[in-house]
Write a protein that binds this ligand. Structure first.
Ligand SMILES: NC(=O)c1ccc[n+]([C@@H]2O[C@H](COP(=O)([O-])OP(=O)(O)OC[C@H]3O[C@@H](n4cnc5c(N)ncnc54)[C@H](O)[C@@H]3O)[C@@H](O)[C@H]2O)c1
Ligand SMILES: O=C(O)[C@H](O)COP(=O)(O)O
Length: 300
């Protein structure tokens, strides 16, 4: 079946091309049965959802803005870009962990010769809290380092992991991990899932690596834990608030690495998104299950 797809509100040429590559027809909104949404938020999307729309493809992996606005439904069906950005985000997590282990965050800033304090990353214990699309790629990248991987996922399956626990038991991995990589979605359930209580469970030399969403971490309690030496450090690609304002205490702590939500650079973003669009337009046309379907009740 040829799918009639509207790409908007921004008619991005590479997305139009991705729809056509999959055999879809790019049409005005009134004639569309599917929307590849790009260029706005819930306020722009809501008025586009006329009764002929059966499917909406959202551009990011984290779709909390749309869930919080009450837009996610089964009819129309919503898909996210979950898993599409596995390679770049997993690579960024590895870069942050290596920089932490090798103390590059420190060496890059000092202007004097210092005693050696770095450690080896190979053989570390890495907890992946939210083992999904990105977590699966991270697992593969950790293999050559001989890491021990503790995975938190409700699926019960994480091939190669040394331990798999359901999300309700995520705190149990914290005392064992050298690095806790946060990869869960932003939902009401995950808001603040890393705060004082969780930092107290972590090892004093362990690093928190957040490449998911800032809302999962209670920022003030993280600052307290870092100042008190309760944990070794934090590497944050995402923060709450975001952007992190100038003068925020996190900027001044030397055991903190901050990147500006740059784990998924533009070239990787467009590659991941166009692949997801092509694959899902094809699947929609064939009547096969779509990738990245969002559950209205779960919010991811
Ligand atoms: N930094 C960036 O630029 C960037 C880019 C892409 C994605 N992200 C974020 O990374 C995260 C993961 O993306 P993904 O594509 O792997 O998504 P995904 O849906 O494939 O994986 C998320 C996993 O977390 C699990 N999960 C849900 N609730 C949980 C909980 N309470 N505790 C532990 N695990 C839980 C899910 O079951 C799923 O397996 C999302 O938060 C996304 O917004 C960030
Ligand atoms: O979740 C994602 O795909 C990235 O973090 C980008 O999300 P954003 O477009 O909502 O910032």
């Amino acid at each position: 079946m040829t799918v009639a797809v509207h790409v908007g509100p921004e008619p991005v040429p590479v997305l139009i091309e991705a729809v056509r590559r999959a055999g879809g027809r790019v049409v005005p909104l009134e004639e569309a049965e599917a929307i590849v949404f790009f260029g706005g938020g819930p306020d722009e999307l809501r008025p586009m959802l006329h009764e002929g729309i059966r499917w909406v493809q959202l551009p990011s992996a984290g779709i909390e803005r749309f869930a919080d606005a009450g837009l996610i439904s089964e009819h129309p069906l919503f898909t996210a870009a979950t898993g599409s950005y596995g390679l770049p985000v997993a690579e960024h997590a590895v870069a942050l962990m290596l920089a932490a282990a090798r103390r590059l965050y420190r060496s890059a800033r000092v202007e004097t010769w210092e005693p050696k304090t770095s450690r080896e990353f190979a053989g570390s214990t890495v907890a992946i809290v939210g083992y999904g699309g990105i977590g699966r790629v991270l697992m593969r990248m950790l293999e050559p380092f001989g890491c021990r991987v503790l995975a938190v996922t409700d699926s019960g399956e994480a091939p190669g992991a040394d331990l798999v626990l359901p999300r309700a038991r995520y705190r149990e991995v914290l005392p064992e991990a050298d690095y806790v990589v946060v990869l869960a979605p932003a939902t009401p359930e995950t808001r603040g899932m890393f705060g004082k209580r969780e930092f107290e469970l972590m090892r004093e030399d362990a690093w928190l690596v957040n490449v998911a969403r800032g809302s999962l971490v209670v920022t003030d309690e993280l600052v307290d834990a870092l100042r008190a030496g309760r944990i070794g450090g934090a590497a944050l690609d995402v923060t709450d608030p975001e952007p992190l304002p100038d003068g925020h205490p996190l900027w001044g702590l030397d055991n903190v690495l901050i990147t500006p939500h740059s784990a998924n650079p533009p070239s990787s973003y467009w590659r991941g998104l166009t692949e997801r669009v092509t694959s899902n337009v094809r699947r929609f046309g064939d009547g096969t299950p779509l990738e990245g379907v969002v559950s209205p009740s779960e919010g991811f």
